[in-house]
Design a protein around this ligand. Structure first.
Ligand SMILES: NC(=O)c1ccc[n+]([C@@H]2O[C@H](COP(=O)([O-])OP(=O)(O)OC[C@H]3O[C@@H](n4cnc5c(N)ncnc54)[C@H](OP(=O)(O)O)[C@@H]3O)[C@@H](O)[C@H]2O)c1
Length: 270
C-alpha cells in the first residue's frame, strides 16, 4: 500500500517549512486571459473553489502557490482560506503585474515593498511563507541590477516573509538566486529539463526547489501511450533536489488522481 500525502511532507530546503510533495497552483482560480493551457476553461466560482481547497487539504496538500499576476487569485484566496492560515504554506510572488490582458514588470525596492504589503492584505495574513521574484526571463539582470532581492531580504528580517527566492527561467539566474536566497521555482518536465543544474545545486546545498509546469501546463497529458502523469511525477521526484511539484488544476478528479499518483511514486509502489 502506498503512503498518504500527509506522511510524505518534507522540508523545503533549509527554510524550516515542511511542504506536501504536491502543491496547488492557482492561476486558474484567478485568470483566464494570456494563459497557455491546451483547452479553454471557466474560472471556478467561490463554491467550487472552496470545495477544491477543502479537497486538497483533506488529501494532504498544505502548499498553495499564488501571485499578483494571477488575476484575482490572491484576492480570492484571502476570504477562501479565512480561519485556515496555519494549515497552509503560502507562496506568492512579486515583480509581475497583469492588467487588462497584459503583463508588466517592476523590480524596484518601492514596488517590491508595496507588492508584498498588498499581498499580505489580500491574503489576510501577517506573513507569507515564501515570496518569489516573478522573473521576466532576464533572471541575472533582475537579481544583479534591481533592488528586489535586497528588499526581500529586508522583508524577511522584518518577519513579513519567511523565505524568498525566484521563479525564473535560466540556469544562471536559478543558481545565483539559490546562492543568495532560499528557494527556486523551476520548470522541469518530460519536455523541458534544461534547468536541471539548478536542481543539482539545490540538492547539494540544502536549498528549496518547487517545480512549476510539471505536466508542461497540461500538454504532456495529451500524449498517447504510457500514463503521462505518472511518467511526469516519476521524472520530477527522481531528482533529490525537488521538494514539491506545484500543479495547477481546477478539476477535482485530476486533483485526486495527481495526489494518488504522487503518493504511489514516492511511496515506492509507483
Ligand atoms: N512563476 C511562474 O512564472 C509560473 C509560471 C507558470 C506556472 N506557475 C505556477 O505553477 C503552477 C503550475 O503550472 P501550470 O498550471 O502552467 O502547469 P501544470 O501544473 O504543468 O499543468 C496544469 C494543467 O494541467 C492540467 N492537469 C492537471 N492534472 C491533470 C491530470 N491528472 N490529467 C490531465 N490534465 C491535468 C490542468 O487542467 P485541469 O484544470 O483540467 O486539471 C491544467 O490545465 C501554476 O498554477 C502556478 O501556480 C508559475
Amino acid at each position: 500500500m502506498s503512503a498518504t500525502l500527509h506522511e510524505l511532507h518534507r522540508p523545503l530546503g533549509s527554510t524550516g517549512l515542511r511542504v506536501s510533495p504536491l502543491g496547488l497552483g492557482t492561476v486558474k482560480l484567478g485568470r483566464d486571459q494570456g494563459v497557455k493551457y491546451p483547452s479553454g476553461f471557466r474560472i471556478p466560482d467561490d463554491e467550487q473553489a472552496r470545495a477544491l481547497l477543502r479537497q486538497a487539504r483533506d488529501l494532504g496538500i498544505n502548499l498553495i502557490d499564488t501571485a499578483p499576476a494571477y488575476g484575482l487569485s490572491e484576492q480570492r484566496l484571502g476570504p477562501l482560506l479565512r480561519g485556515q492560515r496555519d494549515e497552509w504554506v503560502i507562496v506568492s510572488k512579486t515583480g509581475e503585474e497583469f492588467e487588462q490582458g497584459r503583463s508588466s514588470f517592476d523590480f524596484s525596492a518601492a514596488h517590491t515593498r508595496m507588492s508584498v504589503e498588498r499581498s499580505l492584505q489580500r491574503l489576510e495574513t501577517d506573513r507569507i511563507d515564501l515570496l518569489l521574484v516573478h522573473s521576466d526571463g532576464n533572471d541575472l539582470a533582475v537579481l544583479q541590477q534591481s533592488e528586489v532581492y535586497e528588499t526581500l531580504a529586508a522583508l524577511k528580517r522584518e518577519g513579513k516573509i519567511l523565505a524568498y527566492g525566484i521563479s525564473g527561467k535560466t540556469v544562471e539566474g536559478g543558481l545565483l538566486a539559490l546562492e543568495q536566497g532560499d528557494c527556486a521555482m523551476v520548470t522541469y518536465n518530460l519536455n523541458e529539463q534544461g534547468e536541471k543544474p539548478v536542481l543539482d545545486y539545490a540538492a547539494s546545498h540544502a536549498k528549496g526547489i518547487l517545480i512549476k509546469k510539471a505536466l508542461a501546463s497540461g500538454h504532456v497529458c495529451l500524449a498517447d501511450g504510457v500514463d503521462p502523469v505518472r511518467a511526469s511525477f516519476k521524472l520530477v521526484f527522481a531528482h533529490p533536489g525537488v521538494a514539491s511539484a506545484i500543479v495547477g488544476t481546477i478539476n477535482p478528479a485530476h486533483l485526486a488522481a495527481n495526489v494518488a499518483t504522487v503518493a504511489a511514486v514516492l511511496g515506492g509502489s509507483g
